[in-house]
Design a protein around this ligand. Structure first.
Ligand code: URA
Length: 245
């Protein structure tokens, strides 16, 4: 890995914002290879240099895993000619090369978008055979017949183009004239949840992803906010996350 500014390396680890990190460095609270460094702009290699911040060693992880609470109107891509992407809206301290969204949410879908630079990890959580659950909350234009819909989702919906979907779970989380539904799917086909409800005659009007695997979206993240996912949290998504220190 190439060298980067000390304040950028520490801020990228998610410990503090860039300005807080600069203050820590100025106070002499940051050591690199056992030497106090007071110049934030000095460059180091986060993989080989030992960086200790206020007595705590910095994680030497090779990859980053970011939880973004995706707002509406932003596209799940790395770049786009027209719209802002989920990578564009990340705070500067979390940005680094090669980040991409692991799985796509539609432009009008909100919620948990996982952004990483670890291709193997993304494959692990996206491959339908690996059965990592993705949980969504859906609002519809009109209710579905719940028992019928639940059975159809469980049996595996057959889409208009003949695609047979894996078994999915359906629940009601809030009753009302039009209930709010929770859907758990194990794959991520194009417009999958919308097409599942469309097969039952209803249109999804609002869609939010609230969980990947067993890791819920952090409720403290406002739409558009992001933070690093901790190694413990990553293990709630998949046990196969072996690149994590
Ligand atoms: N299913 C959809 O229809 N849209 C999404 O964004 C995600 C799942």
């Amino acid at each position: 890995m190439s060298k980067e500014r000390l304040d950028k390396i520490i801020a990228s680890s998610g410990l503090s914002t860039r300005s807080e990190v600069k203050a820590l460095i100025k106070k002499g609270l940051v050591k690199v290879n056992d030497t106090i460094i007071k110049d934030s702009s000095e460059k180091f290699d986060c993989e080989t240099d030992d960086i200790v911040v206020d007595g705590k060693p910095l994680r030497k992880g090779k990859y980053v895993y970011i939880m973004l609470n995706k707002p509406k109107g932003v596209v799940s891509a790395t770049n786009d000619n027209k719209d802002l992407t989920v990578v564009d809206i990340l705070p500067e301290e979390l940005k680094r090369k090669n980040l991409f969204p692991a799985g796509r949410l539609d432009k009008d879908t909100v919620g948990f978008c996982l952004i990483t630079d670890d291709g193997d990890f993304a494959h692990d959580i996206l491959a339908p055979g690996h059965h990592v659950n993705k949980t969504y909350i859906a609002q519809l234009d009109k209710p579905v017949n719940f028992e019928k819909a639940r059975q159809a989702f469980f049996d595996g919906v057959v889409l208009g183009d003949g695609t047979v979907l894996l078994s999915a779970d359906l629940d009601i989380i809030e009753n009302g004239d039009i209930p709010t539904y929770k859907v758990v799917i194990k794959e991520g086909k194009y417009h999958q949840v919308k097409r599942m409800f469309a097969s039952l005659g209803s249109t999804v009007t609002e869609l939010k992803r609230i969980k990947i695997g067993e890791l819920p979206l952090d409720e403290n993240l406002k739409p558009g906010e992001a933070r690093l996912i901790t190694p413990e949290e990553l293990r709630k998504i998949t046990q196969k996350a072996h690149n994590i220190v």
